[in-house]
Design a protein around this ligand. Sequence first.
Ligand SMILES: CCNC(=O)c1c(-c2ccccc2)csc1NC(=O)CNCCc1c[nH]c2ccccc12
Length: 328
Amino acid sequence: QTGTVAANPEQYDQAYICPVTIGSQTLHLDFDTGSSDLWVFSNLMPSSEVDGQTEFNTNSAGATKKDGYTWSISYGDGSGASGVVYADTVNVGGATATSQAVEAATSVSSEFTSDTGSDGLLGLAFSSINQVKPTPQTTFFDTVKSSLEAELFTADLQSNGPGSYTFGYIDSSKYTGSITYTAVDNSQGFWGFTAGGYTVGGGGSNSTGTIGSAIADTGTSLMYLPTAAVQSYYSQVSGSSYSSSQGGYIFPCSASLPSLTVSIGGHGFVVPGSNFNYSPTGSGNTCFGGLQENTGIGFTIFGDVFLRAVYAIFDETQGSPRIGFAAQ
Ligand SMILES: CCNC(=O)c1c(-c2ccccc2)csc1NC(=O)CNCCc1c[nH]c2ccccc12
């Protein structure tokens, strides 16, 4: 089988939301290659934590409670959620898991309550970091992968309109040129890979260092690189500065932003400057940068700002996982 689903950008491309059928309900979930839990708003939550989201009905005929199973997850930005576990049929654009662990929230943090466009997350990292106790559950991809035409999924994220995720096949109309594959280190449960040098602007290579270990994370909006690369980038943005009150680099919204070329698997991938204007700060006509420092995270995150510039293939067809990127 294969699946194809639209990925609809939220405001400022903060996240990408996809329709998923769970039992007889359709919920809109944030597909997240940076985590491994499929969790949803549910009827078990206090109404004070729900702001228009669709709630998974745990009393529906097809939902089977997994007694004694609970989950609790917290993300690096301080947000989190927790609850209990059901099994139900989950259909993503035609790819169907007949018995998928659906983690029904009993509580979510305010970041999720205020993310009114999302009814939950669908994790696509490795099942080794699933947060269900006493027994970790498989991600949707792990549940269905043996039944897919090919054991892979792809992400095509767009800025001004719907992109798509595919399961089981590569859509050759989504990219130009060839796909560059590189080995994945999933020892931390992420789609980890090694990135090489970088170049700011269209000029010759002006990078001094290399980026190193990184993860491909559709669930993180921005791109978090080592300090040296970030400082090199913003040195080319007139009027930019680090704002401790805003918690990152900001610049005049009228600033012209250089592109950033990153070498992966020996191929240079160009992120256009426009990708690095994330959102207005709300004060002084300054804008918040889509590129920020990875200090405090411990590794580099290639989030939506990068993934919008490429076609990404998350591939387990070779036995050991690999990730592919192509220009789009
Ligand atoms: C900013 C969100 N990203 C992270 O916290 C994160 C970190 C991380 C770790 C420490 C400090 C900052 C970030 C490492 S991997 C990683 N990636 C994920 O955790 C992917 N899942 C993010 C889900 C998520 C967190 N807050 C949200 C708010 C709206 C929609 C989705 C979310």
